[in-house]
Design a protein around this ligand. Structure first.
Ligand SMILES: [Zn+2]
Length: 73
């Protein structure tokens, strides 16, 4: 896993999703996180820091479109 850089950069940050206090694992586009993954963020705009759980939600929401299309065949 190539997570070392991300972890070191985001070490002090917690998840940007409101109500979530998990340490952030990844930072993503705040816009995509709120619009595509329907996550409610504490911060607006810029980057959103997501914990593993919410990153998975985000991943599913952004990548899931393609898989759904593929399944529809
Ligand atoms: Zn979270």
């Amino acid at each position: 896993m190539a997570e070392r850089h991300a972890v070191r950069r985001a070490a002090a940050a917690t998840c940007s999703v409101s109500g979530c206090e998990e340490p952030s694992a990844r930072s993503v586009s705040g816009k995509e996180a709120s619009e595509k993954a329907k996550l409610s963020l504490k911060t607006k705009g810029g980057r959103a820091h997501l914990c593993r759980t919410h990153y998975r939600t985000y991943k599913k929401a952004t990548k899931g479109d393609k898989e759904l299309e593929r399944l529809a065949w």
